[in-house]
Structures are given as structure tokens and as C-alpha cells.
Design a protein around this ligand. Structure first.
Ligand code: C2E
Ligand code: MG
Ligand code: MG
Length: 804
């Protein structure tokens, strides 16, 4: 009989075990139908037979079915992991019980009815089951099932080892089944001694049945281990679901279904490449976007034996699964044909029973990378020339600190004039052309040139290797030669732009401010001659400090109107009488002492102070001149120096008119001294201005002739009245034959051009004699007098007047 018993147990177990491997919906339907059948059959089997398994142990058919119900329900819950299904199970039990009661009564009643056809002589007693017993049985199995599951839940929270938990579950299962075997007869038939004896007498059969049904449960925990572990790690059952109505449950179910569908749609249609991979990196599922990104068909992805992570590089090596131990993982990788991607990997506990361990997401960030690179380029490059900017230069210099290298600062000469004369578009063309020419240095001197940068409007910096001086000068010459080439502008105009260069170097182990030093070298070179170059020397920083002090103090002095004006007499060579004076700025500072105009005028020009200074001297000179006339002293020609910068940037004509109006100095006595730098290469701009000045009645003198460009064509073009021969021509007279010839030539030429001549710096009688013989009109120099303060000049005039 034991075989028959075991066969029945095996038959009842094989189906629920098989259902655990089915897909969700099919699995659920199968379980519900099966459990309903088992319940239904159980209602009758209890009455139909009992199996004497051994001499002492008897098991009823009802018990076998009841055990099958409990075992199937537990399996169902373990595999579904949601109390949701329990709600339906409870309903199912109630419905089957109701059906059972009604059908049994109806069948018993039908069989005992007169005239019914009963070919097998089935006894009505077979169906004559007590309805209260059916109801009691139904209530008990529901309570027992809930108690069992509640105990499972409680136990789960202790997080024991799964084997221990599984063992406890089996024990609980057997216990609950045995308790049922005790409680049901006691409740059904009362607590009499006879019943108690029967119940405990047949306990062996209950224990045997319960143990036999524990076997499929053990099989499940072993074979579907992951599913069981996953059950142990799921959240609490929502017990409240038991109290919900069917509509609410259906809604909840369809909501879950909708979520699943939505998630599925997102998975399929998102632009993000998604894959579900196992812990070996093998692809279990992948979406279309991932196939597109990796340019691999889905079939290849799914059948790959390698880990999917071998397709990514991070940053220069392959992504090993080991890296993914620190999850969630997120990082930039490269994949495919040099594409950039953002890869995220998250470990997941899957809802289903499949062993999914990772979700991988891949986004192509080529576009972001491109934009990022563009932004970086923008931030570090000059837009006009595409050369690296100052920031890059600073970074490179920083990285070279302590090493031996050099820096050249290249400044385009008179670039502002191109902008002013031909417009900014032309200026841009010039800058681009020069930048392109500089860029070629990289190819031509690959070992010498370390980097290029545009550091300012018309300023470029070139980092060079530690080169011998000869090589540096060769390089500088090459640069200057290249930049000095003609630049064609759009409107068929061609310009030539020379470049002045400053250079500085540091030896191994030094950390100098090469940019500042090269700048100092540049300014030194500019002061000497545009188009030249200057190598930084330490004295230059002292000079720049001095320049800063002088500039600041001069500003202060000007604000306090403490600049003085001295007058240097000019004598007529023939009559030896005082006919004019040159107004010269003088400045005495308490700290610096007397500061020479040769020092402070260039600083005033650089700092923009030249305008107020020039205006101050002009006004003071005109005031003094007008005063001397008013006092009946004398009418002297007044020469005032005007800087190129005053003409270039200022409102010179307006200032002059105001001064003349305020001081009432006769304009015919005023002579303005300009140096060649005021108009050279700026003819178009300056010539109209000079004509305007002439129209006012002002005389114009060209100062320091012979020291600068000495361009004869300019000399004839401009409306000059006077030419002042520079002191440097006079120094060597009359012994230096060359100087004599030159001076004589200049004087003759001035005569030919109908210009008055003033000879500056005449210190000796011999010098005077030489120039006087050649008909120079006016003599200015220490021979007659140094520049004098106004009072000293008046005293001198008075003295001369009385001696005549
Ligand atoms: P400059 O216009 O050529 O002035 C003549 C300079 O030669 C003056 O120097 C004068 O003192 C000096 N000098 C005159 N005769 C002799 C001589 O026989 N021997 C020697 N060794 N020197 C003589 P200073 O006053 O130092 O002026 C230097 C330059 O500063 C001037 O050269 C002029 O270009 C500029 N400067 C002076 N005052 C002003 C001013 O108010 N405005 C502007 N824009 N420039 C000024
Ligand atoms: Mg002068
Ligand atoms: Mg002069």
C-alpha cells in the first residue's frame, strides 16, 4: 500500500512542481485550476477510501488532497512572491467549498429521489456530506495557510542562511499540516476521550503525509534555488491586499501590467542603448538602440560568448568585469569606431525569476564631446587668428618653470594706423596674415619654436627653446623678415607692417617672469627704433619701475600745476639780437630732483599725460608772451613743442583756439615745433591738420631735423616755415669735415625750400661762426643762453635793452 500512497503523493506533486517553470500568466492559471480541482476532489476522497499504508498507519484520501492543496499553495506563493495571488486563493477556497456543499447536497438528494436512473447503484451516502464540516474545513485551511505564510514572513526578516530558513519552513509546513489533523476532528466531533484517542491514534498517518509533501518543497528550494532566494529577499507581503475588493485587485493587477508594458516600450524605443546582462557580461536582452550604437545585429549580441564589456575601452584599457564590482558604476568610455559613450551599469534584483544581474545603459556623447571640445577651444584660442590665447601661454610657461627656455614678444608696428585708416576689416586681415606667417615657424623651426600665442591686440608671443644667442637673433631676423612682407588688402591696397620684438630667457632652475621681461625688452626696442628687437636686461625692470614712479609723480605735479616753463632764447645770427624763445617744460620734484623732459615727455606720451602737459605749456607760454607785450617789454617769437600724440589723439585745434582766445597772444608770433614722427606714414591724417594750423596764422617748425627719417619728400610736401637743425650736427663743427658738409647741405637745402633756419645747440663761437657764414637765421644754444625761468629771461632782456 506504501507504493500506492507514494504514487498518489508523486502524482499530486509533479504538476505544481512543473508549473513553477512556466511563464507568469500561464503559471497562475495553471495553479488556480489545479488547486480548485484538488480541493474539489478532496471533498469526496475523504469519504471514498482510506489507505492503510502500514499495519499501524492509515491515511485518508481527504488528507492526501488536503496535503496536496497546502503544498501547491506554498509553491505558488514562493514562486509568485506576492500576496496578491493569495487573495484569489482565499476566494477560490470559499467558492469551491460553496460549490462542494451545494453539489454534494444536490447529488445526495438526487440519488435518493424515486425514479432517478442510477445504473451503478451509487449510494446517496457517498455525497451525504455535512455542510458544516465542509465550511469548517474551508475556514481551517484558509487560516492554516495564512498562519503558515505569516510565519514564513516573520522568519524571513531574520535573514538567516537560506538553508536554515528553508529547513525551518519545512518544519513549519509539517507542523501546520499535523495541527490541522488534530484540530479538525476535535472541532468537528467534540473533545470526547474517544475522539481524542482516534485523533492521536491516526497522527502517524498525518505526519507521514506532511513529510511526504515536504519533499516537493525541498526539491523546489534545491532546483529553483535562485527563485527561493529571491523570495527571501523580496519586500514584505502586503497583507492589506487580502482586504481589498476584486475590482481593486484587478485594477492593481492591470496597473502592474501597464507598468510592465510601459517599461517594455521604453526599453524597446528609447534612444539609450540598454541591455540586460548576466554576471559574466553575457547579453540576455538588448534593445534596438544598443545594436545601432554598437553597429552589431541583435543576434550577434545575444550569441557572443565574450563579455559585452570587452567592447568598451576605459580609459585606455578594456573594462573588466572586476571594475563592475563597485556598483552602480558610471563612466565615460570609448566604443566602436572611436565613439565616446557614457556607460552606466546597475546591479538589479529582477522581478522575474530569471537570474538577471546587471542593467547596462549606453549613451553616445560624441556631440557633447564635440561641443565640449569646441568650448575648450574657444576658451583657449583667439577667434580671429585661431592661435592659442594668453591662458594657454600661461599654462605652457607654468609647465616649463625651472627649465631653460626663452620667450619672444612680437608687436606689430603702427598697427593702429591700419585700423584707423583702412577700417577694422583691414586690421583683421593684417592680424590673420601675420598670424599665419608666424604659424609657419612651427614647420620651419620645429625644434626651436615651442609654442605660439596671441597675447593682445597686435601682440604675439613665441616660446622658444634654450638657444644660443646667434640662433636667437637669426630666428628674430627670420620672423621680422617674414612679417615685413607686403600684405594685400581687399580694396587693392597693400600695406607693410614691420614688427618690433622683445626677448627674454631663463636658465635651468630659474623661475623668472619672462613675459614681463620680454615686454620690457620690447619697449626698449620700440623706443630705439620700430622694427628692431630688444633683449631683456635686468636694468630694464629698474627702468620700468622708474617709469612708473615718474608717471605717477608727473600726474600729481600736473594736477597741482607745478610744472614750470623755461624759455631758451633764439638769437638772430646777423644782428645778434634776441628775437625769439623756445618754451621748454621743466619739472623739479622734491624726491627725484630735476627730471629731464627727455625722460618725462616720452612717459607722458605713453601714459596720455602729454595732452594736459602740452596744453599747460602752450597756455603758460602764450600767457607769458602776451604779458611781455602788454608790459611793453618786447615782441618775441614763441616756439612751443607739440608732440605727435597731441596731434593724433587730441582736439589740438580746439585747444589752440581756446588758448589764443584766453591769452590774446598774437597768433603770428606763435611757432609750433613738430618732429618728423608726428607725420611720417600718417600723411593723410596730418596734412589737413597742418593746413588748418597754417590758416590760423600759426608758424610751423620741423624740430630735430636730421635725427629721424629726414625725408626730403615730406619736407617739401608739408607747409613748414622753419627747419631746426638738430644739435647732433653741430657738436662736431667745425672740425668734423663730414658734419660740416652735412650741415652745409641741410642749410642750403632749407634755403632752396624757402625755409627759415634755426640752429640748435650752438655752444661755441666757432660753431656760431660756421653756421652764421652759411646764412642761418636763428641761433639757439648755450653759447647765448641756456633755457631760463621767465624772471631770468626778463632780466636778460632788460639788460640787453639797456646795453644797446
Ligand atoms: P628740443 O625741442 O629739441 O629742445 C631743445 C633741447 O636742447 C632742450 O632740452 C634744450 O635744453 C637743449 N639745448 C638747447 N641748447 C643746447 C646746447 O647748446 N647744448 C645742449 N647740450 N643742449 C641744448 P630739454 O629742455 O631737455 O628738452 C628736451 C626735449 O624735450 C626737447 O627737445 C623737446 O623735444 C622735449 N620737450 C621739452 N619741453 C617740451 C614740451 O613742453 N612739450 C613737448 N612736446 N616736448 C617738450
Ligand atoms: Mg623743440
Ligand atoms: Mg630740437
Amino acid at each position: 500500500m506504501l507504493e500506492l500512497f507514494l504514487l498518489q503523493i508523486a502524482l499530486f506533486s509533479i504538476f505544481p512542481l512543473y508549473f513553477t517553470v512556466l511563464d507568469g500568466p500561464l503559471r497562475r492559471v495553471s495553479y488556480y485550476i489545479y488547486i480548485a480541482l484538488v480541493l474539489l476532489i478532496g471533498g469526496f476522497f475523504g469519504n471514498v477510501y482510506s489507505l492503510p499504508v502500514t499495519a499501524d498507519i492509515t491515511v485518508s484520501g481527504g488528507n492526501i488532497c488536503y496535503g496536496a492543496f497546502m503544498m501547491s499553495s506554498v509553491l505558488f506563493v514562493l514562486v509568485e512572491r506576492d500576496l496578491f495571488i493569495l487573495r484569489h486563493l482565499v476566494r477560490l477556497v470559499l467558492l469551491v467549498d460553496l460549490f462542494n456543499a451545494l453539489f454534494s447536497n444536490l447529488a445526495a438528494h438526487s440519488l435518493s429521489h424515486q425514479g432517478i436512473t442510477n445504473p451503478h447503484n451509487t449510494s446517496p451516502a457517498l455525497f451525504d456530506i455535512s455542510t458544516p464540516f465542509i465550511i469548517l474545513g474551508g475556514v481551517l485551511i484558509i487560516l492554516e495557510l495564512l498562519t503558515l505564510l505569516y510565519s514564513f514572513e516573520k522568519l524571513k526578516k531574520y535573514h538567516f542562511n537560506p538553508v536554515v530558513t528553508g529547513f525551518c519552513y519545512i518544519l513549519l509546513f509539517i507542523t501546520v499540516l499535523c495541527i490541522d489533523g488534530i484540530i479538525f476532528p476535535l472541532l468537528a466531533f467534540g473533545f470526547s476521550q474517544e475522539i481524542i484517542n482516534i485523533v492521536f491514534g491516526s497522527l502517524d498517518g498525518k505526519i507521514l503525509t506532511a513529510s511526504a509533501y515536504a519533499f516537493p518543497l525541498i526539491l523546489f528550494t534545491l532546483i529553483r534555488r535562485k527563485s527561493f532566494i529571491s523570495y527571501l529577499s523580496t519586500d514584505d507581503f502586503r497583507w492589506t491586499l487580502l482586504l481589498k475588493t476584486s475590482t481593486q485587485l484587478t485594477e492593481e493587477m492591470s496597473e502592474q501590467e501597464t507598468y510592465r508594458e510601459q517599461a517594455d516600450t521604453v526599453f524597446k524605443h528609447t534612444d539609450e542603448g540598454l541591455a540586460i546582462v548576466d554576471n559574466q557580461g553575457k547579453v540576455l536582452r538588448a534593445n534596438h538602440a544598443l545594436c545601432e550604437l554598437l553597429a552589431l545585429p541583435i543576434s550577434t549580441l545575444l550569441t557572443r560568448t565574450d563579455s559585452i564589456f570587452s567592447l568598451f575601452t576605459y580609459p585606455q584599457r578594456s573594462l573588466e568585469l572586476q571594475v563592475l564590482r563597485t556598483l552602480p558604476w558610471r563612466g565615460e568610455i570609448t566604443f566602436g569606431d572611436k565613439h565616446h559613450g557614457l556607460l552606466s551599469v546597475t546591479k538589479v534584483e529582477s522581478e522575474s525569476s530569471k537570474p538577471v544581474t546587471f542593467v547596462l545603459s549606453l549613451v553616445n556623447i560624441d556631440e557633447q564631446k564635440r561641443i565640449q571640445a569646441k568650448l575648450n577651444h574657444l576658451a583657449r584660442h583667439d577667434q580671429l587668428t585661431q592661435l592659442p590665447n594668453r591662458r594657454v601661454l600661461d599654462d605652457v610657461i607654468e609647465s616649463l618653470q625651472g627649465k631653460a627656455f626663452g620667450l619672444l614678444v612680437v608687436d606689430l608696428d603702427h598697427f593702429k594706423d591700419v585700423n584707423d585708416s583702412y577700417g577694422h576689416a583691414a586690421g583683421d586681415t593684417v592680424l590673420r596674415t601675420q598670424a599665419d606667417r608666424l604659424r609657419l615657424l612651427n614647420d620651419e623651426f620645429p625644434d626651436d619654436v615651442l609654442g605660439l600665442s596671441r597675447t593682445g591686440g597686435d601682440e604675439f608671443a613665441i616660446l622658444i627653446a634654450n638657444l644660443p644667442l646667434l640662433k636667437v637673433t637669426q630666428l628674430i631676423n627670420a620672423i621680422q623678415h617674414r612679417l615685413a612682407q607686403v600684405i594685400p588688402l581687399n580694396n587693392q591696397v597693400e600695406v607693410y607692417i614691420s614688427a618690433t620684438i622683445g626677448a627674454s630667457f631663463q636658465a635651468q632652475g630659474e623661475n623668472r617672469d619672462l613675459l614681463q621681461e620680454a615686454d620690457a625688452g620690447l619697449y626698449e626696442a620700440k623706443r630705439n627704433r620700430r622694427g628692431s628687437y630688444g633683449l631683456y636686461e635686468e636694468r630694464l625692470t629698474l627702468e620700468s619701475q622708474r617709469k612708473l614712479t615718474v608717471g605717477n609723480k608727473l600726474k600729481q605735479t600736473l594736477q597741482e600745476s607745478k610744472v614750470q616753463v623755461y624759455y631758451q632764447p633764439q638769437y638772430c645770427a646777423k644782428t645778434e639780437r634776441l628775437v625769439g624763445v623756445e618754451a621748454l617744460a621743466r619739472w623739479h620734484d622734491d624726491e627725484l630732483g630735476w627730471v629731464s623732459p627727455a625722460e618725462f615727455i616720452p612717459i607722458a606720451e605713453e601714459t596720455g599725460l602729454i595732452e594736459p602737459l602740452g596744453e599747460f605749456v602752450l597756455k603758460r607760454a602764450c600767457e607769458d608772451g602776451a604779458k611781455w607785450i602788454a608790459q611793453g617789454l618786447c615782441e618775441l617769437k614763441m616756439s612751443v613743442n607739440v608732440s605727435a600724440y597731441q596731434l593724433r589723439f587730441g582736439q589740438f585745434i580746439t585747444t589752440l583756439n581756446n588758448v589764443l582766445k584766453q591769452t590774446e597772444f598774437p597768433v603770428r608770433l606763435l611757432e609750433l615745433e613738430l618732429t618728423e614722427s608726428a607725420y611720417i606714414e600718417r600723411e593723410n591724417e596730418v596734412l589737413p591738420l597742418l593746413h588748418q594750423l597754417k590758416q590760423l596764422g600759426v608758424r610751423l617748425a620741423i624740430d630735430d631735423f636730421g635725427t629721424g627719417y629726414s625725408s626730403l619728400s615730406y619736407l617739401s610736401k608739408m607747409p613748414w616755415d622753419t627747419l631746426k637743425i638738430d644739435r647732433s650736427f653741430i657738436i662736431g663743427l667745425p672740425d668734423d669735415q663730414e658734419q660740416c658738409k652735412l650741415t652745409a647741405t641741410i642749410i642750403k637745402m632749407a634755403h632752396d625750400l624757402n625755409l627759415d633756419i634755426v640752429v640748435e645747440g650752438v655752444e661755441t663761437r666757432e660753431q656760431l661762426a660756421f653756421v652764421a657764414q652759411r646764412n642761418s637765421q636763428l641761433i639757439q644754444g648755450y653759447y647765448y643762453s641756456p633755457p631760463l625761468a621767465a624772471e631770468a629771461l626778463i632780466a636778460r632782456i632788460r639788460k640787453e635793452q639797456t646795453s644797446q
